[in-house]
Design a protein. Sequence first.
Length: 249
Amino acid sequence: MKKVTEILLAVVIVVLCYVIFKQIQGPVQFEKEAANRKTAVIKKIKDIRTAEQEYKKAYGKFTDNFDELVRFILEDTIEYKSEIYDENNLDNAAILEQLRKADKNWKNEKIVRVAVKDTIFDIKDKAPYQLSEAEIRNLPFIPFTDQKKFELDTATIVTAGLQIPVVRCHAAYIDFLDTDTYNQEVWNLLADEYNFYAAQGSDMELKEMGLKQAADEGKVSIRQFGVTFGSLETSTNEAGNWTGDNSNE
């Protein structure tokens, strides 16, 4: 009997140790996996933003149609400025000096039309960067999902009497994070995002209620929290909501 008790006690101890280990490791593993997934989503949404910004330069507006955006990248051309003579080549110094003396308005540049897909993704992180046709066709889909598309919307707002086209692209956390394995951790993340959102606003009612109550009453949607660039309410220069974003990078 004593031996049986000792065995049962050992089993209980092992189970408790495992439970404690999982409670500690769960949030740690979630943070690591969530960071990896978010990085992949940000990388793709930045490429979508680059394409949208070039589309606007070409057509004067953004598009909310991914088929049109993909067509633009794969099939269209844009104007591209390049140097006629390499300014960094000393052998060209005399030629450039003569041309500028002859015509003070002369510019060392030529404008050509080049394929969008060969141009707009050419420089990222100071290194050559291009997307394959397969990667371009896959742009609409959020990483780590079963072909779920980014939310892509456009609008026109009026600022100082001017009509300004705006765009918003969004991937909800609940779409690309592992809610099956880390349900509580994802909910904690959403609650933190909600608290920050409520603190930034002027709605005192939101500040006094939690995420669940606010969602149940339809005041917020848990889908609004995630990775986003742009806004449909104001012109943001297509800024992203992730740390360290520069919309012109």
